[in-house]
Each structure stands twice: as C-alpha cells, then as structure tokens.
Write a protein that binds this ligand. Structure first.
Ligand code: SF4
Length: 257
C-alpha cells in the first residue's frame, strides 16, 4: 500500500537534483560543493580534508547555530586536540563570551577598565582567527545560481570567507538553499536575522529587545543603533587560483537559521 504520509524518497530525490544543479553552478565559479546526507558524512569530509593538508595546524570557527547543531565545536576539539583549535566566540555557562569569565545571568556588570581589557582580548582573538589554516563557518543563504550570502555585525565571519584563512569550509543545511538572490534576502531579512537576534536576546542577554524585527517578526530595513545587519556580503565564486580555498558543504538536513 502506498504510504501517503512518508515523503523521504521524494525529499531525497529533490535534494539530489537540486544538489546536482548547485554543484554545476558553483563549479563554474570555482567553488567545489560536496553534498552530505548526515552529520557523520560531514565529520568524514573534514577528517579527510585535514589529512590531505598536513600543513593545517590552526583551526578556528565563527559563531553558528549550524555548527552547534552538528556538534562541530566539541567534535573538532576532541578529534584534533593535537592542533591549535580556537573558538573566539565561545560562550560560558551563562551565555556571555567565555573571555569575559563567568558572569551572572542577565547583563554583565564589570567595571569599565576590566570590561575594556576583556573586550580588547575578545577582539584580538577574532583578529587572530582570521589567520588560521582552516576556518569553519556557515552562511545565511546559498542560491541555485552559485552565490553565498551572509549578513554580519562584527564582520569576522564574512571577512574570513573572503580573505585570511588558508581554507574555509562553509557548511549549510538544505533549508538555506534559495532560488535566487531576491528570495535569499527575503529569507535572511524576514527569518534568519530576526531569529538570530531573538537567539542572542534569549540566550546571551544581548540588547536587541527594541529591534523592529524582534517585535514584529519581519524586517523593517531599520537603522536601529543596536542592529547588527551591517555587512551584507554576496560571494559569487572565487578566483581560479583559490579553487581549493573555500569549499561548500550542503547537508540534507534543516539546520541553522
Ligand atoms: S535591518 Fe533591522 S529590522 Fe531588518 S532584520 Fe536587521 S535589525 Fe531587524
């Protein structure tokens, strides 16, 4: 009997066909795409990527829900304890950046001098991560035509995507595939960005409570002073000599925002 409630085969056919299209279009732009069915395949890919490039000695990350959901921070630290693995945006128990030390829940209340010293260290760690050998990140959207689109506040993620780290692995779930740039921005502005602000508001005591998207569930193209929608970057491929620099991994799962 036909099971009208099970669409695994249809979903997998759709992912395969879209994946082939994405691979072809990104290849024309000198970006190699690998399609992954599960977390285990992501781990295997990273393992062989590192083994094939023994000069990789420093691995670093940007912040990303996708990376948390794949448990990549912990997995890499365990697996590659022989290498330098840095996570400049690592959080402590109460959701503040670890570099600030354990803080009470809610807003930090450090004396200015102490806060400034830690803030400078935080920034310095971000700068150092841009010179790593392997940078592992996610993006806000990719398009079928072969673009990678991200919006950043601090800018460390988009900076590293473009220049600095020797290699970049950009990992996205199938939910981040958009048909074109317009639909990608619609997805980012009206879903990914608000969800990111709500995440930081709830989990990291960030002061995003006044943003229009947080309060209305859609983007108002605001210029609120607390908005982190500052660096809007479209990567439309890489130059031929950088063919092995940025690799895109597309996972057959809904992960990240
Ligand atoms: S531009 Fe403003 S309203 Fe739009 S997503 Fe960014 S912070 Fe929210």
């Amino acid at each position: 009997m036909v099971d009208e409630l099970d669409f695994k085969k249809e979903e997998s056919h759709f992912f395969e066909k879209r994946g082939e299209l994405i691979k072809r279009n990104f290849a024309k732009r000198n970006v190699e795409v690998s399609l992954m069915n599960d977390t285990e395949s992501v781990y295997k890919f990273i393992d062989s990527f590192i083994q094939d490039r023994p000069y990789i000695k420093h691995i670093s990350f940007s912040d990303g829900v996708t990376l948390y959901q794949l448990d990549l921070y912990k997995w890499i630290k365990r697996k590659y304890s022989n290498l330098l693995v840095t996570e400049p945006l690592e959080r402590g128990e109460t959701g503040h950046y670890k570099v600030f030390g354990e803080q009470p829940e809610g807003r930090m209340n450090l004396p200015y001098e102490e806060w400034k010293e830690k803030q400078d260290l935080w920034y310095e760690n971000l700068r150092k991560s841009l010179l790593c050998d392997l940078f592992i990140i996610s993006a806000n959207a990719i398009t079928l035509q072969g673009e990678i689109i991200s919006i950043d506040g601090t800018g460390n993620r988009v900076a590293g995507m473009i220049f600095g780290p020797k290699h970049v692995l950009c990992i996205v779930g199938k939910n981040k595939i958009s048909t074109n740039i317009e639909t990608a921005f619609d997805r980012i502005n009206n879903y990914a960005a608000p969800m990111t602000y709500i995440r930081h508001l709830n989990k990291h005591a960030a002061s995003f409570q006044n943003l229009p998207c947080v309060n209305n569930g859609k983007c108002y193209s605001c210029n609120d002073e607390s908005s982190a929608c500052r660096d809007i970057v479209i990567i439309r491929g890489q130059i031929k000599m950088h063919k092995d620099r940025l690799h895109l991994l597309v996972v057959n799962k809904n992960i990240g925002f």
